[in-house]
Design a protein around this ligand. Structure first.
Ligand code: SF4
Length: 421
């Protein structure tokens, strides 16, 4: 039986230069630390998708973006475009820049620390250390401003702002007891990442995640305490959320009186029309777009009137800013024809089920997958819709509720499961 401790090969996560060969062409993943893009970067990505790929951008469960349908041999062209846009600061580190950060940190209430500068410092320190280019592509950092919206992802190395002006350091979602001032948080996270590599070597392991090492949390915690010369016990244990806290949808009031516009991207796929509308909306605000791990996009820094107009434009383009719409909380993998392993065209079928769903309380999230690999599966409680050769199997909490060849029956089971009934 397969075991993560028995991994025999490095991870195969795609990047910009090391693409994944899919059934619909090559797939390149572009890391966006903290999910923050400038308008010009979105425009560059859009042009690359149109010129080299299938014209769309996909959002991933880690707040990154990917291009599909790329022609073979376009890798260098894509890399040159991304480098010029500031999206490829290090070719050697491109796959390890996996950083999820609190959405709208510093702009909305509830947080203890504006983590934007901390994310930049972490990313720059990561790219500046040749050793850290050896991290697996699955290795994840989170930077949480204290709201607890991203700590529940259980990152390999998590930073969480805690009361008293300190930042707690977590490993695989576990509090290490290490508390550092914000100015030392990025360097401590990088120290933990280096300790992971050192421990992996010591264990002759090819682990992709910290939790896959033997006693990984304990041994790396000990290395951190020793390196920082700290006591082993935290003064107050951090309040660690069990699951991530999903991002808002609709208009969100900012602390400075301006408004952020947050919209669901159906099945995480941004069309060229939507990309152009998004770039225009960002241009009317702070020239920034945030990508969230929940396949939503956020345009901050709009004045109230502009936000209303842009909301209507994005809705007309097919994005969803109604928090009660049927699309809210719905995600899916690529399915066929993009993925050769898929047993169904899950995107088309999910669209049939959810696009016409009536507005109302949406209930639990739903994730559609084309096979048992379950790509992009959310970390929080959700309804799973799995393609099988006998139709879709709908499950909640790992327990199948039905398997049906008709979409009407599947839709009814999903609706009931979302309500928990
Ligand atoms: S879950 Fe299966 S069908 Fe879907 S993208 Fe992954 S491998 Fe392909």
């Amino acid at each position: 039986m397969w075991s993560p401790r028995g991994r025999s090969a490095p991870d195969a996560c795609p990047g910009t230069l090391r693409v994944h060969v899919a059934a619909d062409g090559n797939l390149a993943r572009v890391r966006v630390p903290g999910g923050r893009l400038h308008t010009e970067q979105l425009v560059a990505l859009t042009a690359a998708a149109l010129d080299l790929g299938d014209g769309a951008l996909e959002l991933t469960s880690r707040g990154n973006v990917q291009l599909r349908g790329l022609r073979a041999g376009t890798e260098r062209d894509l890399a040159a475009r991304l480098y010029a846009a500031g999206l490829l600061p290090s070719e050697s580190h491109e796959r390890v820049r996996n950083v999820i950060a609190s959405v709208l940190s510093g702009r909305i209430g509830g947080g203890l620390l504006d983590v934007r500068a901390l994310v930049d410092e972490l990313d720059e320190g990561l790219c500046a250390d040749p050793v850290l280019a050896g991290l697996p592509g699955r290795f994840l950092f989170t930077v949480d401003d204290g709201r607890g919206d991203v700590t529940g992802f259980g990152a390999d190395v998590g930073l969480l702002a805690v009361p008293g002006g300190a930042v707690a350091v977590l490993l695989a979602g576990t509090d290490t007891g290490v508390r550092v001032p914000p100015a030392a948080a990025a360097s401590t996270a990088l120290l933990a990442a280096r300790a992971f590599l050192t421990e992996s070597t010591a264990q002759h392991s090819t682990a992709w995640r910290l939790a896959e090492l033997d006693n990984g949390v304990r041994t790396i915690t000990a290395r951190l305490h020793a390196a920082l010369d700290l006591p082993m016990v935290a003064p107050v244990p951090a309040d660690i959320p069990e699951t991530p806290n999903r991002a808002p949808v609709g208009l969100v009031d900012q602390l400075d009186g301006r408004v952020a516009l947050a919209a669901v991207v159906p099945l995480g796929r941004l069309t060229d029309t939507q990309l152009i509308a998004l770039a225009a909306a960002a241009g009317a605000g702070g020239d920034e777009i945030n990508i969230t791990p929940w396949r939503t996009v956020v345009v901050p820094d709009l004045d109230t009137g502009e936000a209303g107009r842009r909301l209507a434009t994005l809705a007309a383009a097919g994005l969803v800013a109604d928090a009660a719409a049927g699309w809210v909380g719905v995600t899916g993998c690529a399915g066929s024809p993009g993925c050769a392993k898929a047993l169904a065209n899950v995107r088309t079928d999910a669209t049939v089920v959810h696009a016409a769903a009536p507005s109302g309380p949406t209930g639990l999230p739903v994730h559609w997958v084309g096979c048992e690999r379950r790509c992009g599966r959310p970390t929080d409680r959700h309804v799973e819709v799995l393609a099988t050769i006998e139709g879709y199997q709908v499950s909640l909490d790992g327990r199948p509720r039905s398997r049906s060849a008709t979409l009407d029956e599947t839709a009814a089971t999903i609706a009931a499961a979302r309500r928990g009934t």
